[in-house]
Design a protein around this ligand. Structure first.
Ligand SMILES: *Cc1c(COP(=O)(O)O)cnc(C)c1O
Length: 357
């Protein structure tokens, strides 16, 4: 089996793979209601959130559907959102706002640059009702530091809508301290489920205060919450993906939750960075600016991405290209999924072989 070092979908553990083989199930039956309720509760448990204040809304779609649902459901018609961009996914948030005609403004940085809290402060004019940004910018591996940004937002009583798609389940997400109204995420990144299910963890009060201006039939969170709270679902859900997510959440909890997963990824990432450094491959960003999930590296001297990719793929490893302007200069390595330290050591040997060739 290939080792996937791309940022999702990830290699599945054997128990998650086996969960896919559970009985065929109709999404209008009691067994589905139980499964859906279990997953919603387990998702809140990941960050110890109270079910009175918070709710997990399950959507059949990739991570982008959760980003889109979050933005279009929670920014009311009269709202205006400040979107902070320092990579592809921040820019995607702006694109969503643009398409749905949501009133917005951007605070733009080049990809990989650090967000400056004083810029956020200056951008928070009176008409801004929400701030939206990405937690871990998978474009470069930069982990945006939320504490100072959230402190500024809190003092203006402005809630944050967070794209936590590539951080949920591993990085620390401080729902209350950061004044989050919502966090969008997916089953198939740090939670180690399969692609097909994404979700938004929402503050119940935020759903109430944004009700009444439906912008989409399929991606309206109010519709989902209303029906999921009564054990139903507005549309067919990906039942097998639910089975896998439920088992992945059991495994996540038994492994020690987000803190344990973070430590595991960090340790692996340190091993990877040191190993690549020995081969003369430099990281794009310093270690303390990066997530534990994914890091970017400069391509080895004079080597095209395609050569490196193909050489590694023939040895059983799938790496990930840079995007846009970074496509010719970097490659990305993610360490999510059911992989081992030994896989990383074998990967380093494979990189050495490909470079030597
Ligand atoms: C992966 C990812 C997404 C969603 O991508 P999909 O291809 O729609 O699953 C959104 N935001 C971030 C930060 C991501 O890493």
């Amino acid at each position: 089996m290939e080792i996937l070092l791309n940022p999702g979908p990830v290699n599945l553990s054997e128990r998650v793979r086996q969960a896919l083989l559970k009985p065929d199930l109709c999404h209008r039956e009691e067994e589905f209601t139980i499964l859906q309720n279990d997953i919603r509760n387990k998702l809140l448990d990941v960050y110890n959130l109270s079910a009175e204040e918070w709710t997990a809304v399950l959507i059949t779609g990739s991570g982008t559907s959760a980003m889109e649902a979050m933005l279009i459901s929670l920014v009311p018609a009269e709202g205006r959102v400040l979107i902070i961009e320092n990579g592809v996914y921040g820019e995607r948030l702006s694109r969503i706002a643009e398409i749905y005609n949501i009133s917005y403004e951007t605070l733009h940085y080049d990809w990989g640059e650090e967000i400056q809290p004083q810029d956020v402060e200056k951008s928070l004019t009176n008409d801004i009702s929400h701030v939206a940004l990405v937690h871990h910018e998978t474009t470069t591996g930069r982990l945006n530091i939320l504490d100072p940004i959230a402190a500024i937002c809190r003092s203006g009583n402005i809630p944050i809508l967070l794209d936590g798609v590539s951080s949920f389940g591993a990085e620390a997400v401080q729902f209350d301290e950061w004044n989050l109204h919502a966090c969008a995420a997916t089953a198939n990144k740090c939670l180690h489920g399969i692609p097909g299910t994404s979700f938004v963890i929402c503050k119940r009060g935020a759903l109430q205060s944004s009700a009444g201006s439906q912008r989409s039939l399929y991606l309206d969170l109010h519709t989902y919450v209303e029906q999921q709270d009564h054990g139903g679902t507005p549309f067919t859900q990906s039942v097998q993906s639910f089975y896998a997510l439920d088992e992945a959440l059991n495994e996540h909890r038994e492994d020690g939750g987000p803190a344990a997963r973070r430590e595991l990824y960090r340790r692996r990432m340190a091993l990877l960075r040191r190993g690549l450094e020995k081969l003369g491959i430099r990281a794009l960003l310093p270690e303390n600016a990066c997530s534990c999930v994914l890091n970017s590296f400069h391509l080895p001297d004079k080597m095209e991405y395609g050569l490196l990719h193909d050489g590694l793929k023939s040895r059983g490893f799938v790496i990930y290209a840079g995007q846009g302007g970074l496509v010719k200069s970097i490659f990305r390595i993610s360490l999510m999924g059911a992989i081992s330290d030994d896989d990383i050591l074998r990967f380093l040997t494979a990189v050495e072989e490909v470079i030597r060739e």
